[in-house]
Design a protein around this ligand. Structure first.
Ligand code: ADP
Ligand code: ADP
Ligand code: ZN
Length: 215
């Protein structure tokens, strides 16, 4: 049985952390638009160049660009048993495009996992986030500390994202509240929203709530 999931929630809510746990549990791929855009920048593609300025200032990359990469990704073989959309859709326009592309391949969304965390907790999480560009592990210097502040368990170096500074984090939160939060209502009305308390408790406890939903 296929399982098509959306992970919704503000920057720092734990979408990436929980998506990785869900990948292990359900063996479906994680489709993170943020990761795909960062990869495009690293590779110096035309898309990467167009996206860079938006990402650095904490704004959303225009819908047509993001929709394009998802459209290409979602039809690949490894998505035939389902997928986790991590960080997409982020606007009502993207949600409408997603509905159209899923209709074309005769698929639908099963659950929208909405991780709810308050803004001050998010700022504390993002400014101390570190990630591994080799294996994708996500750490927090206090809440989920790596073996050493600049080394991953895999032995490679950790990086701090350029957009995880306090000023850019605050703009990303504003963008979330104005452009992405309307999706909560949108999916609530479709009976797909599964609200999860993503704050004030650790990743394993959050994941047990997700497992209850996935059944
Ligand atoms: P998102 O993908 O939603 O931006 P991440 O999964 O990257 O979020 O998590 C953001 C930061 O918060 C990371 O540093 C991560 O280690 C930390 N984090 C994730 N979940 C929790 C949690 N339940 N409690 C405390 N910190 C967390
Ligand atoms: P976060 O930790 O904020 O959830 P992501 O890695 O998902 O971060 O996204 C990083 C940046 O990439 C965003 O601030 C935005 O500029 C761009 N981005 C990612 N996903 C989307 C999307 N669905 N629509 C528009 N821009 C996106
Ligand atoms: Zn690593």
């Amino acid at each position: 049985m296929s399982m098509n999931l959306i992970f919704l929630g503000p920057p720092g809510a734990g979408k990436g952390t929980q998506a990785k746990k869900t990948v292990e549990q359900c063996s479906v791929p994680q489709l993170s638009t943020g990761d795909m855009l960062r990869a495009a920048r690293k590779d110096g593609t035309a898309l990467g160049k167009k996206a860079a300025g938006y990402m650095d200032s904490g704004k959303l990359v225009p819908d047509d660009l993001v929709v394009g990469i998802v459209k290409e990704r979602i039809v690949r073989d490894d998505c035939s048993n389902g997928f986790i959309l991590d960080g997409f859709p982020r606007t009502l326009g993207q949600a409408a495009s997603l509905d159209r592309m899923l209709a074309e391949i005769d698929q639908k969304i099963d659950h929208v996992v909405d991780l709810v965390v308050d803004d001050e907790e998010l700022v504390g999480r993002l400014t101390a986030r570190r990630s591994c560009s080799a294996c994708g592990n996500i750490y927090h210097l206090q809440f989920n500390p790596p073996p050493s502040p600049d080394t991953c368990e895999c032995g490679k170096g950790l990086v701090q994202r350029e957009d995880d500074n306090e000023t850019t984090v605050r703009s990303r939160l504003e963008v979330y509240h104005s452009q992405t939060a309307p999706l909560q209502d949108h999916y609530e009305k479709q009976g797909l929203r599964r609200k999860i308390d993503g704050g004030g408790r650790g990743p394993d406890e959050v994941f047990s709530s997700i497992k209850e939903i996935l059944g």
